[in-house]
Design a binder for this molecule. Structure first.
Ligand code: NAD
Ligand code: GLY
Length: 365
């Protein structure tokens, strides 16, 4: 088992990474203060891992809330089911919410923990690659609004993140690829040598090689912990973690939540951010193409949906959380391994980026 730390003063917490951690009761007990625990999961994950987690938590009074599965359910109605479960089981302020699942379950359970009786403890047990390398770390919690992705939520840190890499064995390959989009993101924004490592290990990762997975999760979590430790509430640096996300969130909202996986939308959005960086003269066409090839080899889409117009993008991007005083800010690459958040770009370059024929661009690779 490897242990990393997110350093946030009295809200610091460990990230445990290893195979079989769901079967280690002591790991959980260290981070649970009261006698009650509420496991929040969904109907896909429950038959796979709920009994195992319940066994690890058997010394506690455990209630389970099983949510419907999918991004389309990341909303108020589903959130309410968590509060219903907590109240029906008469959980008090000493309870601990344990999120067992991917980013959707983690974001919703974390938000419920932030709100229930004005805040109770929570622990993240992420089971998708995406949630293990990104969403379970850093305390962003929330739900979607029909007008915008993750628009309602709270910063609320977990007490611990327990990453059992063995859970990836049951993850569908499309979901594994979606997680790789966020992994490639770390290389592009802050760790250029990591891109070379990924180029060498992509097949091993897609083949679920435990050693490669463990290394990729550790390296990704270390990058995320560094950024979050420096800027927990996204007053500056943390926004770089959103490379490709402004374009990607527009794709998710336009297509209808769940039609494109979050990681897929981020991948296509990352290609758009790289193309815009190239148009600004910050990276070369060869560097952009290196990024595109890596995303392609990870099994990800590298062009936005064909039916999305530049106007569709602009409309959705106008409600991005990075908009400040009406000005759209984007995460772009100053060079490979170095991202910047900026509103300082000519409007024509953004328009040209949105009007680019990405299918033609990819075909000539
Ligand atoms: P997800 O939670 O929808 O999980 C993907 C699918 O895999 C679901 O059908 C789920 O039931 C299933 N699944 C989960 N674990 C499994 C396993 N071990 N075996 C088999 N099936 C399994 O999607 P995700 O990609 O994990 O997360 C995406 C969400 O995370 C989005 O809502 C996104 O906004 C959010 N997100 C949040 C942050 C953050 O910082 N909080 C960062 C990135 C993404
Ligand atoms: N996934 C973006 C962030 O955590 O800030």
């Amino acid at each position: 088992m490897h242990t990393l730390h997110v350093n946030l003063g009295d809200r610091s917490y460990p990230i445990y990474i290893g195979a079989g951690l769901l079967e280690q009761p002591e790991l959980f007990a260290q981070h649970i203060g009261g006698r009650q625990v509420a496991i929040v999961t969904n109907e896909t994950i429950a038959p796979l891992y709920l009994d195992k987690l319940k066994a690890a938590l058997q010394r506690f009074e455990v209630a389970c809330v099983v949510l419907p599965d999918g991004e389309a359910f990341k909303n108020w109605e589903t959130l309410q089911k968590i509060f219903d479960g907590l109240l029906e089981a008469r959980h008090d302020r000493g309870t601990t919410v344990v999120a067992l699942g991917g980013g959707v379950v983690g974001d919703m359970a974390g938000f419920a923990a932030a709100c229930y009786q004005r805040g109770v403890a929570f622990v993240q047990v992420p089971t998708t690659l995406l949630s293990q390398v990104d969403s379970s770390v850093g305390g962003k919690t929330g739900i979607n609004h029909p007008l915008g992705k993750n628009m309602v939520g709270a910063f609320y840190q977990p007490k611990a993140v327990v990453i059992d890499t063995a859970t990836l064995a049951t993850l569908p390959p499309r979901e594994l690829s979606a997680g790789l989009a966020e992994v490639i993101k770390y290389g592009l924004i802050c760790d250029e040598p990591f891109l070379g490592w990924l180029e060498e290990h992509l097949e091993a990762l897609r083949g679920l090689d435990q050693q490669a997975l463990s290394e990729v999760i550790e390296r990704s979590c270390a990058a995320k912990a560094r950024v979050v430790g420096a800027d927990e509430r996204e007053s500056g640096l943390r926004a770089i973690l959103n490379l490709g996300h402004t374009f990607g969130h527009a794709i998710e909202a336009h297509q209808g939540y769940g039609a494109w996986l979050h990681g897929e939308a981020v991948a296509a959005g990352t290609v758009m951010a790289m193309e815009m960086s190239r148009r600004l003269g910050w990276i070369t066409a060869q560097e952009r193409d290196r990024g595109i090839r890596l995303l392609q080899r990870a099994g990800l889409p590298v062009a936005p949906p064909q039916d999305m117009t530049p106007e569709d993008f602009l409309q959705h991007m106008a409600v991005d959380k990075k908009v400040q005083a009406g000005r759209l800010r984007l995460v772009l690459l100053r060079k490979m391994g170095d991202a910047v958040v900026t509103a300082d770009f000519p409007r024509e370059i953004l328009e040209a980026t949105l009007a680019t024929d990405y299918r033609a661009l990819v075909e000539q690779l």
